[in-house]
Design a protein around this ligand. Structure first.
Ligand code: ATP
Ligand code: MG
Length: 332
């Protein structure tokens, strides 16, 4: 079985529709065919200031949402990043292999540090793509299911893996991105030029899966479209409508072509109201499953402990080999 690895940040509580359609939905599918490792990346979360109590609660909440979305502990390894110290350890080795200019070219860092303000952005934020390299290489992942915004980080992972292998001998698997063309980038409902994002979206444009279904329906109905009236998939001319079509198509399993036909001669209102309904049908059971899982924190925590144990077995082996190749003296 080929191996997949991916992670999601426990920031801001609820997952949003972009997280689900761009990443988590694929994680659920891939656990059936792949040796799958998925984690809640709390080390990444602290690259931006977090309240400790909130971070702890959001880490459980993220795990609960992943299970509610369909991850099954017997079919994948689900864990919390900080429970596996090897991430930080391999991260350091990777930092020492990365060029300063190379790290400076990461567009996610540039966007996020610009939002933080140059003086407030941390060194952790600067090197988080390199930690992500370590996340992936530790598990010798063949594929990494993520959204389009992560493509550059997978490229960096391949570059560093190759650099290490050339310098120290074959150690790491070069991973390939697993990014779906259709849903790799879901856009903000109010500003369909930018990606829906936990940190960058406008509140009205961000569809949180744990919002009250009524709120979600309202956000869908007030999505920004255009002054035309034709419902047609055309991301350049009609980004708002195309985004709604993508979401509707994926949630209901209907092709975009079929939707274009269905809405021929109908207005945007019809599409929005059908999508609002599809969204409510999706989030209603998702919310209650998440709540049920949260109501039993002991079970949740023990499941994460088991996941960490499984993950550590793999991570420790890769780290030991890496340390040996680098020339660290074994601690006997
Ligand atoms: P932040 O803006 O703070 O980075 P985020 O919304 O990007 O938050 P992450 O936890 O960083 O959330 O991302 C988790 C996964 O969701 C990643 O694989 C990422 O590529 C994917 N993802 C995030 N936003 C979108 C989106 N709008 N469309 C498709 N995939 C997305
Ligand atoms: Mg992100």
């Amino acid at each position: 079985r080929p191996r997949v690895l991916s992670g999601i940040q426990p920031t801001s509580g609820s997952f949003h529709l972009g997280n689900y359609l761009g990443a988590v939905r694929q994680w659920v599918a891939l656990q059936e065919t792949h040796d799958a490792f998925y984690m809640v990346v709390d080390l990444h979360a602290i690259t931006i200031p977090q309240d400790p109590a909130e971070l702890r609660a959001n880490t459980r909440l993220a795990a609960a949402q992943l299970l509610a979305a369909g991850l099954a502990p017997e079919r994948c390894t689900l864990f919390v990043q900080s429970h596996v110290p090897e991430h930080a350890q391999l991260g350091w080795v990777m930092n020492c292999l990365t060029g300063f200019g190379e790290a400076s070219r990461m567009t996610q860092f540039k966007d996020k540090s610009a939002r933080q303000g140059a003086d407030r952005a941390t060194v952790g934020l600067f090197t988080y793509p390199v930690l992500q390299v370590a996340d992936i290489l530790l598990y010798q992942a063949d594929q990494v299911p993520v959204g389009e915004d992560q493509r550059q980080h997978i490229e960096l992972t391949r570059d560093l893996a190759e650099r290490f292998n050339t310098r120290f001998g074959p150690t790491f698997t070069l991973p390939a991105p697993y990014i779906l063309k259709e849903t790799g980038k879901i856009y903000d409902l109010q500003d369909p030029q930018i990606k829906m994002s936990k940190s960058a979206s406008t509140p009205k444009g961000l569809v949180n899966l744990l919002d009250e279904p009524k709120v979600t329906a309202k956000k869908v109905r007030s999505a920004v479209t255009d002054t035309d009236t034709v419902i047609r998939f055309d991301p350049v001319e009609k980004p708002g409508v195309s985004n709604l079509l993508t979401i509707q198509s994926t949630l209901t399993g209907t092709s975009v072509a079929e939707l274009e036909q269905r809405y021929e001669g109908k207005g945007y209102g019809a599409l929005k109201s059908d999508l609002a309904e599809a969204m409510v049908d999706f989030v209603t059971p998702f919310r209650s499953r998440t709540q049920e899982l949260l109501d039993d924190p002991e079970t949740l925590d023990s499941l994460l402990a088991k996941g960490a144990e499984k993950a550590r077995a793999v991570a420790a082996e890769t780290l030991a080999e890496t340390y040996d190749r680098v020339g660290f003296l074994p601690a006997k």
